[in-house]
Design a protein around this ligand. Structure first.
Ligand code: NDP
Ligand code: HSE
Length: 428
């Protein structure tokens, strides 16, 4: 009789329930694939008697996830509680310290403590896997760690927060205001408990920082991600971007430059006909560019019970088979912090502003742009009932530093009301 692989699952919410369902539904298939049965030995959550739509009566119960991680009958600890610190981190550390492999979907924990946890895993000869932490069901971590191991990666980018893409595409499809769709997303249960994690770009920034560390062989550096959320995007921005052949996406870009690693997560105009531009609803897309393979595009469900549990189980199977690379692709002790390079790659920009409709106002804005070395590509003023004219300017490529200088200059003109909305435009 082959020894079973016994899982301890901490967290029985959306993802945890999905993992239980896969283990129960695919017993024979999993055993055939990994050569031994997979069993659930014990579970933990906050409330024992909550109806979760699954039968957990056959598993041992632990109130304390740390105790679960330490149980003798748990071979592999699955952390699905969430939160950068608290019980998720304590239980993960307990499992790794005991030399037990860990699978987690917790991007917040990895973005902040990924290096320390990888070192702990290495020191104890334990595996640490986190495919589900980035873009849910899309196997992008595995693509970078394994399939693209022979490539120097130049750039990783993508749409990695399904909630934001849902909000932006729904605003466009229905002509709805941001606030209306935000409430709709809340009612559908899409938003994280703290919605700023989603709409502020933080959740997607966590994911980008994790991918970037693997791609560029450096320590995970969430603090180095320049973040801008989608809160200021209006239906007007979406329509005007559409008029020019673009769609607005919360796009993460990480690239290696001679100065260091550039990481940014911000609303970006992408060509409507491009794969990124065609992404609808809560779907995610990850684009990776390697020197040997060229561009890889991975698209799929970035969240939800089945897709996220699918990624968790992929990691469980790898550990059972013994095919496990180091968490970030190379020994953690040898990983160095890469210099942070502020985003400096020139690109065209979209500027929307409310301009006082009076003689010389537009000329003053054009002068400020010219003084910052920015050339105007296209410009349009829209109909308006009041004294302030909605003006849209598309620039030729300029650096973010030049743009920042121009925005500071505009604030001093006395003709621009409030802060203009400034969005980068991704080239074809
Ligand atoms: P849920 O909020 O649905 O579930 C969290 C689970 O953890 C619940 O069962 C909860 O218990 C349990 N829990 C929370 N705190 C404790 C604690 N102190 N002790 C014991 N159990 C605790 O989260 P999700 O399933 O959505 O997410 C789990 C992880 O997966 C997170 O890290 C998340 O970021 C990540 N993830 C989620 C995705 C998704 O689509 N949902 C996609 C990709 C990653 P109880 O049920 O009793 O309240
Ligand atoms: N809040 C995340 C999203 C869940 O919307 O993509 C998946 O990580």
């Amino acid at each position: 009789m082959t020894t079973p692989l016994r899982l301890g699952i901490a967290g029985l919410g959306t993802v945890g329930v999905g993992v239980v369902r896969i283990v129960e539904a695919h017993r024979a298939m999993l055993e055939a694939r990994i050569g031994r049965p997979v069993e659930i030995a014990a579970v933990s959550a906050r409330t024992r008697d909550r109806d979760r739509g699954i039968d957990i009566s056959g598993y041992a119960w632990e109130d304390d996830p740390v105790a679960l991680a330490r149980r003798d009958d748990v071979d592999l600890f699955v952390e699905l509680m969430g939160g950068a610190d608290g019980p998720a981190k304590a239980a993960t550390e307990a499992a790794l310290s005991a030399g037990k492999p860990v699978v987690t979907a917790n991007k917040a924990m990895l973005a902040i403590h990924g290096q320390a946890l990888a070192e702990l895993a290495e020191a104890n000869g334990a595996a640490l896997r986190f495919e589900a932490a980035v873009a849910g069901g899309i196997p992008c971590v595995k693509a970078l760690l394994e399939g693209m191991a022979g490539n120097a990666v130049a750039r990783v980018m993508g749409v990695m927060n399904g909630t934001c893409n849902y909000i932006l595409t729904r605003m466009e499809a229905e002509g709805l205001a941001y606030a209306e769709v935000f409430e709709e997303a809340r009612a559908l249960g899409y938003l994280e408990a703290d919605p700023t994690l989603d709409v502020g770009g933080i959740d997607a920034g966590h994911k980008l920082a994790i991918l970037s560390a693997i791609a560029f062989g450096s320590r995970v550096d969430f603090g180095g991600v320049e973040l801008q959320g989608i809160e200021r995007i209006s239906i007007d921005d979406i329509r005007r971007a559409g008029d020019m052949g673009y769609r607005i996406k919360l796009l993460g870009v990480a690239c290696a430059t001679p100065e260091g690693i550039e990481q940014s997560m911000r609303p970006t105009l992408v060509p409507a006909a491009s794969p990124l531009g065609q992404l609808e609803g809560a779907t995610n897309m990850v684009v990776i560019e390697g020197d040997a393979v060229g561009q890889i595009v991975l698209r799929g469900a970035g969240a939800g019970e089945g897709p996220t549990a699918s990624a968790v189980m992929g990691d469980v199977c790898d550990i059972a088979r013994g095919t496990v690379p180091p968490p970030f692709g190379q020994p953690a002790a040898g990983l160095a912090s890469a210099p942070r390079a502020p985003a400096a790659t020139p690109c065209a920009h979209y500027l929307r502003m409310a301009l006082r409709d009076e003689p010389g106002a537009l000329a003053r804005v054009a002068t400020v742009l010219g003084e910052a070395g920015i050339s105007i590509d296209r410009m349009r003023q829209y109909d308006h009932p009041g004294p302030e004219a909605p003006v849209l300017i598309v620039t030729h490529p300029c650096t973010p530093a030049a743009l920042a200088e121009a925005l500071r200059g505009m604030a001093g003109t006395g003709v621009v009301a409030g802060d203009p909305v400034a969005l980068q435009i991704l080239g074809d």
